[in-house]
Design a protein around this ligand. Structure first.
Ligand SMILES: O=C(O)C(=O)C[C@H](O)C(=O)CO
Ligand SMILES: [Zn+2]
Length: 274
């Protein structure tokens, strides 16, 4: 079963008038992972799509998605898949990719129908692509690991970069996941924006009762989302994206837009946030 929800783009002047419910309806994606289903959110931020697929021991096929009005979803798109569950496999273009927990698969434009199988819990992100590029399975050991933060500032963490120009080539997608050291709770602080690229954060590996306080909004007009396990924050190009957990968590960050330069960020120091 395939479900697609469309989210239109919101102007920052509109966002600052929103109450909690409206902020959550527009910027939080919940209920992405259901057994036997593919559930997608089609955003109008860079036409970035995010979602979940849980074959639950069987198989699910991602093929035609009416929203794109193309013969197959990947006819003019590229796809990143992260397995946040147990072992499974993904098949596309006549190839089979074994997917362990934490593995990332890139499928380029024109890859055709994608079969997601086994006990994986697959997080999916997709953006329009301008040319076909080779598929690539990237394991944690192949990723580029960037250590940052410090225990003193409660933000010691490793930013694992997978779909990233120094690891592989993509058209628009840039993706990885960030893990925090025990006792560190903050991600992405100091915060930043990048008007050239939108971003989405999927928080996972969280205890069911745990929550992340995710900060969003323009730097001088911040708002927050209280986020539970396996929920995603959709971050428009004008928004900061940062968070602190009351328990452990990992998050997958994924971006699309005008460039694939991970370092292209406009930092905002905490003293400049409001
Ligand atoms: O912990 C962090 O800092 C991040 O993971 C930042 C994200 O990678 C990001 O926002 C990239 O633009
Ligand atoms: Zn960012």
């Amino acid at each position: 079963m395939l479900t697609v929800e469309t989210r239109h783009a919101i102007h920052q002047d509109h966002a600052k008038t929103m109450d909690t419910d409206a902020l959550r309806k527009n910027f939080l994606a919940t209920d992405l992972f259901r057994d036997g289903e593919i559930r997608l959110v089609y955003t109008h931020y860079d036409r970035f799509v995010l979602g979940g697929a849980v074959p639950a021991g069987g198989e699910l096929v991602l093929d035609k998605v009416a929203e794109t009005r193309t013969a197959t979803f990947l006819e003019r798109r590229e796809l990143g898949i992260v397995n946040i569950g147990a072992t499974g496999e993904v098949r596309a273009n006549g190839e089979t990719y074994p997917m362990d927990h934490g593995d990332v698969l890139y499928l380029g434009q024109g890859s055709g129908p994608v079969t997601l199988a086994g006990n994986g819990r697959y997080y999916l992100v997709s953006a329009p692509a301008h040319r076909p590029l080779p598929a690539k399975l990237i394991r944690l050991s192949d990723s580029r690991q960037m250590k940052t933060g410090a225990i003193e500032t409660s933000n010691k963490r490793t930013i694992n970069q997978f779909i990233h120009p120094l690891v592989m080539e993509s058209c628009q997608l840039v993706l990885g996941y960030t893990t925090l050291e025990d006792g560190s709770v903050w991600n992405t602080m100091p915060a930043h924006i990048h008007d050239r690229r939108m971003e989405a954060y999927l928080y996972f590996n969280m205890a069911p009762e745990s929550r992340v306080l995710h900060l969003m909004g323009e730097p001088k007009e911040t708002r927050h989302l209280i986020i539970a396990n396996e929920e995603a924050a959709i971050s428009p190009p004008w928004s900061i994206h940062a968070g602190a957990g009351i328990g452990g968590y990992t998050f997958i960050w994924a971006m699309a837009g005008d460039n694939v330069d991970y370092t292209d960020m406009d930092f905002v120091q905490p003293a400049d946030l409001k």
